[in-house]
Write a protein that binds this ligand. Structure first.
Ligand code: ZN
Length: 113
């Protein structure tokens, strides 16, 4: 049985198949939940609370959820969105920020949201 799973793993968690592959998605999702951390949690974000941390559900499969920050622009600061304006269910689109040597998925508001 073929299924989409995230995070990526070498074996299907349902049937133990090793026939796994990367699948492109639209990058569209909706805000499933979010929190607004106030304490200084990590050195990189120490100067920027309060900021949001969103959990989004992918449009392709709502059981696939990813964690990130809702921002206005791909390289914008994590505290640039007023947390009071975030709504559960609002449509978002993934963008990828270059952070050190990785492409960090972040989320921006999708048109029509
Ligand atoms: Zn399977």
């Amino acid at each position: 049985m073929w299924a989409v799973a995230f995070p990526a793993r070498p074996m299907c968690p349902d049937c133990r198949s090793l026939d796994v592959r990367w699948v492109a998605t639209s990058g569209r999702a909706t805000v499933w939940s979010f929190v607004v951390p106030h304490p200084r949690l990590l050195p990189r974000t120490a100067s920027s609370p309060p900021y949001n941390v969103v959990v989004v559900a992918l449009d392709q499969d709502a059981t696939i959820r990813m964690v990130g920050n809702l921002v206005s622009t791909v390289d914008g600061p994590i505290n640039e969105i007023d947390p009071a304006t975030i709504e559960i269910g609002e449509p978002v689109q993934v963008v990828f920020a270059a952070v050190d040597d990785v492409a960090l998925p972040r989320w921006v508001r999708a048109p029509g949201g």
